[in-house]
Design a protein around this ligand. Structure first.
Ligand SMILES: NC(=O)c1ccc[n+]([C@@H]2O[C@H](COP(=O)([O-])OP(=O)(O)OC[C@H]3O[C@@H](n4cnc5c(N)ncnc54)[C@H](OP(=O)(O)O)[C@@H]3O)[C@@H](O)[C@H]2O)c1
Length: 278
């Protein structure tokens, strides 16, 4: 579906780079068909060196003749970028926004009527083709736009369509999620170090265990609690470890972390709107 499609990525920062890199690794889009933009002249060399794509500062020029325009600037830059693009984008182009908490309505209001818009919330493991993206559509997007957006994010991981009202939750869970899980891996690795295991070995043990456990859930579709029970031998050592986790309130801490991050995602929209009104 992406064959010979041309893509503009407005804002090749951490996320933009992760997505482009995943698409290139998969061979879904060729480097010659991708044009990226950045804000600072000094960033051009960085992007060229890392991705070997065309890079420029001119957003209007970058989107001309492209099939898909992926907006990957910070939420606070979306208003000005959309205004800049509003005179050049056409109904033949699909606009995909990955900006946290920016609604499809926000994007549509700033572009000519009827432009197809998809909102996506991917995460940085997309760079390893192990990403997770939540997607929802705006009022001008049809099935073919849904399929196109899905094809892009499927190249770099898993996708799921959700109601737009759930997108802040997706942001807090799977887009912020890698940060929480890195802390978990780092802590497990520290535990190994405390027990005398060299740091490198300890980090491998922790990260591969996280990967394997996730794979068990995804492949078997079993409930995590059932898989946990399989590891927990009566009167064995795992139950002692689990008791420590319960005492340290790991579960409630993780739940509160995601709920708090979702609240913050909602706040970003309000901050943005009040800035735009003033
Ligand atoms: N990071 C994540 O894990 C993640 C996950 C899901 C969604 N997102 C969303 O992805 C978006 C980008 O996040 P990020 O972490 O990648 O931020 P970032 O690293 O700061 O990247 C933002 C990029 O936008 C460029 N930029 C800023 N203003 C611009 C303009 N007017 N025209 C063209 N380019 C412009 C910047 O250029 P310079 O490099 O020259 O400054 C930078 O390369 C955000 O909306 C965020 O909510 C991020």
């Amino acid at each position: 579906m992406l064959k010979n499609k041309k893509l503009a990525v407005i804002g090749v920062g951490k996320l933009g780079e992760a997505l482009i890199s995943g698409l290139l690794k998969k061979g879904a889009v060729s480097a010659a068909d991708i044009c990226g933009t950045v804000c600072h002249e000094s960033s051009i060399a960085r992007v060229k060196e890392r991705l070997s794509i065309e890079v420029m500062l001119d957003n209007q020029k970058a989107v001309k003749g492209k099939d898909v325009v992926l907006l990957a600037v910070k939420p606070q830059n979306m208003d000005s970028v959309l205004k800049e693009l509003s005179t050049v984008v056409t109904k033949d182009q699909l606009i995909i926004s990955v900006a946290a908490s920016v609604t499809t309505g926000f994007v549509e209001e700033r572009l000519p009527k009827g432009i197809p818009v998809v909102r996506a919330m991917p995460n940085t493991p997309s760079v390893m083709n192990a990403g997770m993206a939540g997607l929802c559509t705006g009022s001008g997007a049809g099935d073919e736009h849904k399929q196109m957006a899905e094809a892009i994010f499927k190249c770099v991981g898993e996708t799921v369509f959700v109601d737009e009202s759930l997108m802040d939750g997706v942001t807090a869970l799977s887009a912020s999620g890698p940060a929480y899980l890195y802390v978990v891996i780092e802590s497990l690795a520290e535990a190994g170090v405390k027990l005398g295991i060299p740091r490198e070995v300890s980090t491998l043990l922790a990260a591969q265990t996280m990967l394997g456990s996730a794979k068990m859930i995804l492949d078997s579709k079993a409930h995590p609690a059932l898989l946990k029970d399989m590891v927990t031998t009566p009167a064995g050592c795992t139950i002692d470890g689990l008791m420590e986790l319960e005492e340290g309130k790991l579960r409630v801490t993780l739940i509160k972390a995601v709920v708090k991050a979702a609240e913050r995602a909602r706040e970003l929209v309000n901050t943005q709107n009040s800035k735009n009104k003033s």
